[in-house]
Design a protein around this ligand. Sequence first.
Ligand code: PLP
Length: 397
Amino acid sequence: MKATRRALDINYAIADMVFPMRELEAQGHEVLKLYIGDPNKFDFKTPQVMKDALCRAAETCDHGYTETEGVWELREAVAEREHRKNKLTIGPEDVYITAGVTESLQMTMATILNKGDEILLPGPGYPPYNLFIQFYEGVPVHYRANEEDGWQPDLDDLRKKINDRTRAIVVINPNNPTGAVYDRKTLQEMVDIAGEHDVMLISDEIYDMLTYEGEHTSPATFAKDVPVMVFNGFSKVYLVPGWRVGYMAIADETGVLDEVRDGIVRQLGLRISANAPAQVAAAETLRGDLSFLEGYRSTLKERSHYAWKRLNQMPGISAVRPKSAFYIFPKIECDFWKDDKQFVMDALKEAHVVLVPGSGFDPDHGKGHFRSVTLPPIEIQEKAFNWLEEFMIKRCL
Ligand code: PLP
């Protein structure tokens, strides 16, 4: 039986590494995995407060479907949190709970795109944006992030690419895959550009509390006349990616997104509800103790700094220092390989280190790069970078 083009055209660079990696493992090789952005796959543990809250929720909730838009107490807690952190003047009715940011992204693209509509995305950027836009017959248009400027968005490029078909500008800050934290002035200009062209902003803030240099600013804080959909969730900051809880918070003082909300609420109803006990537990923890974050951030900083230092010492590699999250996006400066895909495949086969090709994050502005995850403990990164270094010396000296 035939599958649709729509489904078969999904090429997710991160998932694409899994098959060749498994093959090597099946042959009995040790493979060092620097490709997956899930802290729980390494030695980061879900904070006890989260586990306790989930156990309590399992006792107290009725285990039925929840309200389609999300459990009210979680929507209230998110609205409070968005007010506290980002000064948003929204209420619980402006918050919709989804199965992770991924579902917010999917529903939003399904709602705002007609065939041929364009969405401006950071290049490089988190691949599912690109893929969902194509899934719903939209056109992803990447605006350049400037490597020489610490991967800040290139506003001239953004201005050149915005046009009558643009439906939204996506901001991913802190950024996956570069670890950049956008400065306030740049964000202010992005808001201005969106305002001049009457398009909305979609602001993915899933790493907002994981900065270790500089602070995260949400464009929604100062985007008064420009509608913003803030996407956030619990996966990364609260170390519960498997709970599948995220949200979209709609900051729209002018009401231009009313029809979009209607489209989203219809889809929320169609998929019934998000995970019930996880929503109840998330509400409790959002108002609770966040002291685990301090140790978490300092470990991330230490490991990210180590990766940055080691990668820059290798022949044929240079990397901008990340300021947040757990990724680094180095440039391949040696011309031994035809492209970044071949580099990454070769690194897997010869050095047994799993990385992700940069072109999977944007064919134009990601090519010639790769993404490495800086989550593994130093001893594991040390081993991986020793193997990679040997491989680079062989090919590039
Ligand atoms: N947004 C960004 C920028 C991400 O990097 C990721 C996961 O890596 C997600 C969203 C997915 O989030 P969730 O687990 O909430 O679906």
